[in-house]
Design a protein around this ligand. Structure first.
Ligand code: FE2
Length: 292
């Protein structure tokens, strides 16, 4: 519950506010970019939401915030917003919401599939989400992109007898995982679900390409909202920026329309435009590796 007494000074005066417990994870700015802005250290309310749609988006951000850092001065009806989550992105593809502070507010996703649903990384473990996942058909696989974003995966695995998937190089973050990926080859455990190792951000980082359309990209790749281009960052390449550059170049062998990251903006583009964006990113990354 956000605390009005701890509100950050940048907030525009009005109903909504952000308090000083914010970890600057970007979740609210993804959900309500017209309301929330980044100070460089935390989010704040730049413009109070006006229209019913803007208020709803701001309330979604309030609900999804991993640290409960968004509040309102009066009653807000946020409980009525819960059914917005998991939020449909496209047919069968959902953003879970309820980002976990254990993954620094990483996004998680659910793929609904007749042969068993997939969870990609983990949201908070909440009775509401357990109920909703149950109504959606349960969870069969939990794909963990990398060590940072496992959050509550074990609890969801126990709840649904789901199989957790993680690469051996990041396995120590989820030692009980049922399926361990090894090596650098593509693996297709279920037709249509291609797992591609992408070392760089971490040594065991992998992405999931679903139906040659949806790339669940973890912390390997995201859309930069302000620059309006695909991005990755050497400042968070915990393992190797050079390896991440090589991994990024290998993704040019695949087609996809959607980038659905752990951190950063989600983006959909026609496949040829996405490939052009990816090619330009690889060019920028390679340039950054050149001496001088
Ligand atoms: Fe990460």
């Amino acid at each position: 519950m956000a605390d009005w007494k701890k509100r950050v000074k940048e907030n525009t005066v009005g109903e909504f506010f952000v308090d000083s417990t914010c970890i600057d994870c970007d979740t609210c700015r993804q959900l309500a970019p017209q309301t929330f802005e980044d100070s460089g250290e935390h989010s704040y309310v730049q413009t109070q939401p006006q229209s019913p749609e803007e208020v709803r988006s701001a309330l979604r951000a309030l609900v999804a915030c991993p640290t409960g850092s968004i509040g309102t001065q009066g009653p807000n009806g946020a409980a009525q917003i819960l059914p917005d989550f998991p939020m449909s992105m496209e047919e069968g593809i959902f953003y879970c919401g309820f980002n976990s502070p254990k993954s620094f507010g990483g996004n998680s996703y659910c793929i609904q599939h007749p042969e068993g649903n997939w969870l990609v990384d983990s949201p908070k473990f909440l009775p509401y989400l357990v109920k909703r996942f149950g109504e959606m058909g349960g969870l069969r696989y939990i794909f963990l992109t990398h060590r940072d974003d496992v959050a509550e995966a074990q609890k969801y695995a126990d709840q649904f007898q789901a199989q957790r998937i993680i690469h051996e190089q990041d396995q120590d973050a989820q030692p009980g995982a049922e399926i361990i990926l090894r090596g650098m080859g593509l693996q297709e455990l279920v037709p249509g679900f291609q797992i591609i190792p992408t070392p760089g951000h971490t040594e065991g980082h992998c992405v999931l390409l679903y139906k040659n359309q949806f790339l669940f990209s973890g912390d390997h790749l995201w859309w930069r909202r302000k620059r309006k281009q695909l991005g990755a960052s050497s400042s968070v390449a915990w393992y190797s920026w050079r390896k991440q550059t090589e991994s990024m170049a290998r993704l040019l062998n695949y087609d996809f329309e959607w980038v659905l990251p752990g951190h950063g903006e989600r983006k959909k583009l026609p496949k040829d435009e996405m490939k052009k964006e990816l090619s330009e990113l690889v060019g920028r990354m390679r340039s950054s590796l050149e001496p001088g």
